[in-house]
Ligand binder design. Structure first.
Ligand code: HEM
Ligand code: HEM
Length: 487
């Protein structure tokens, strides 16, 4: 009999003890190394990208702390956004997809070599792109497409190769149906390739309105048709697997999928409400922004109903709390976007720091939390090493509390900013009013940043086990045999 249980029932422990995962569930070490290396680079880009973000947040408090052109606000801001978009978020999502696509297709990944080459294309693009942005070499002030075209092309080649690798894996699958995760993951890949192509086509660049319309389309398709479907696709696999039960409803997943494709692709113009773009285009964007509530309800409902009755399992797991928080964020903060799109609220919030809160609540509260949940859930059974449970818990709480501080400060401050502009007060009044809110953003950002350092440490603790003596001998004899064959 467990002597501790009556005591624990009275004195609630500070932390819930977490269940360990099974030892090594997958014996393919090359696969483990591949998935892990993607996650490790993602963690590296997260730390680098948010070092820049944190530094920028300090600059709001002390704008004159240095006058080095390479570290100026205008140059570093796109380094932050592009590094966390293309380096961290993309590689983290691809890492988990490299596990999920072969797993749900009942076969090996089509080509490991191609996956390694893709990783280097993406890494080189983010590295060179960041250095060029700091040097002041960019594609103009067009958000999230500030990399010059050769850099974006390098990134695109990496993505096209990954897409090909996944398509071949799914096409040669060992079961009849295509699991819903793969619908979402492939939608992300198939959408982002034309999207980047459209965004970089030369003939409408610098032509005012057409450029603005395409910029709105690009921005929202970037977040909505690249990060969103892949993050949801991972959850359709990770959640049922970690709970050890099927997803609540396949049909709800299909409904959310198709409404996402129809509604989301029409809402880019909500970034430029009241801009000199056609009024009807803005109205269409607003209508479909509100229509997105159907997609959100179907997707979130499906995930929460899958968790129903299993909340003890969620509490006992170290990865599922990330997924629960990520799913709730998906609903709440995308719905926040639906409200923001309304003309009455755009009038207050457009151009204000409120939008920066929304960006982080979604890209962080939704995408990053789901990516962390998937990586913590999927990597240990693959590599055979678990992260320290306490440090995973600290990662979770620092990230969540940091995000709450960051975004509450900017939502309150941003609303005041908008109201101050409407009242016609001098612009500098709104800047002075924001000072304390920017300070709280830096405090929240520091907690988020610390959580990333902990995540990087946890990733290191999950590194693949070294090969056993037998495996080394087998690999060696395989190499000798192929060398003899070649001779
Ligand atoms: C129902 C879904 C959503 C709707 C209707 C929506 C709507 C909006 C609106 C109206 C804006 C503000 C535009 C402005 O005033 O400038 C915005 C900004 C933004 N949203 Fe969303 N949003 C949704 C979901 C998401 C998701 C899931 C993500 C991330 C994965 C996201 C990321 C962003 C970002 C990064 C910005 C800032 C863009 C910029 O730099 O100006 N949104 N969104
Ligand atoms: C996964 C982590 C993160 C992601 C994906 C992310 C994403 C973004 C995005 C999309 C924007 C553009 C916002 C907009 O224009 O509406 C942005 C701006 C910014 N982020 Fe982050 N961010 C992350 C973490 C952080 C952290 C930890 C900090 C630390 C304080 C930070 C500080 C900033 C700052 C200062 C800006 C510029 C805001 C402005 O120009 O007013 N970010 N980030």
């Amino acid at each position: 009999m467990d002597q501790r249980s009556p005591l624990l029932a009275v004195n609630r422990p500070l932390t819930v003890s977490k269940a360990s995962v099974e030892p090594v569930a997958d014996s393919d070490r090359d696969w483990a190394r591949l998935v892990y290396t993607y996650a490790a680079y993602a963690a590296g880009w997260l730390v680098l990208g948010t070092t820049v973000g944190l530094y920028l947040s300090f600059k709001f408090g002390a704008p004159d702390m240095e006058h080095i052109s390479w570290l100026s606000y205008g140059r570093l801001r796109p380094v932050h956004t592009n590094t966390v978009f293309w380096g961290w978020s993309s590689l983290a999502l691809i890492s988990a997809a490299l596990y999920i696509v072969p797993r749900t297709s009942h076969r090996r990944l089509y080509s490991y070599k191609l996956a390694w080459v893709s990783l280097w294309f993406i890494n080189i693009a983010v590295l060179v792109g960041g250095i060029l942005l700091m040097a002041g070499i960019n594609n103009g002030g067009q958000e999230y497409r500030e990399y010059i075209w050769p850099v974006q092309l390098t990134f695109a080649i990496g993505i096209i190769m990954t897409a090909y690798n996944f398509i071949r894996t799914i096409a040669d699958r060992g079961i009849e149906e295509i699991y819903i995760s793969n619908w979402y993951i492939m939608a992300g890949f198939l959408w982002v390739i034309p999207l980047v192509t459209i965004a970089y086509m030369p003939f409408y660049q610098k032509t005012a309105i057409s450029e603005t319309v395409i910029q709105g389309y690009y921005m929202h398709m970037g977040v909505g048709m690249w990060f969103t479907p892949i993050a949801l696709g991972l959850t359709y696999y990770a959640l049922p697997k970690l709970l050890n039960k099927p997803i609540y409803s396949y049909s709800l997943g299909v409904l959310a999928f198709w409404t996402q494709l129809v509604f989301y692709t029409l809402i880019g113009a909500h970034h430029f409400i009241f801009a000199p773009t056609p009024w009807w285009l803005q109205t269409v964007a607003i209508i479909f922004s509100v229509g997105m509530i159907i997609t959100l309800a179907a997707g979130t409902g499906n995930f929460l109903l899958t968790m129903r009755g299993s909340f003890r399992t969620v509490a006992r797991s170290y990865s599922l709390p990330f997924i629960l928080a990520g799913v709730i964020s998906y609903f709440l903060f995308s719905a926040q976007g639906s409200l923001q799109a309304l003309r009455s609220l755009q009038g207050v919030w457009h151009f204000t720091n409120y939008n920066v809160a929304h960006s982080h609540l979604t890209m962080y509260g939704f995408v990053a939390l789901l990516a962390w949940g998937a990586l913590y859930g999927l990597i240990p059974p693959l590599t055979g090493r678990e992260p320290p449970h306490l440090w995973v818990g600290i990662h979770f709480w620092f990230a969540v509390i940091g995000l709450i501080l960051y975004s509450t400060a900017l939502m309150v401050g941003g609303t005041q900013q908008g109201l101050s502009w409407i009242s016609g007060a001098p612009f500098m009044d709104s800047v002075r009013q924001m000072a304390s809110f920017w300070l709280w953003r830096a405090v929240g950002g520091t907690l988020m940043y610390l959580s990333h350092l902990i995540f990087a440490y946890n990733i290191w603790r999950m590194r693949p086990l070294p090969r056993s003596a037998e495996e080394l001998a087998a690999a060696k004899s395989g190499m000798l045999a192929s060398a003899e064959g070649a001779a």
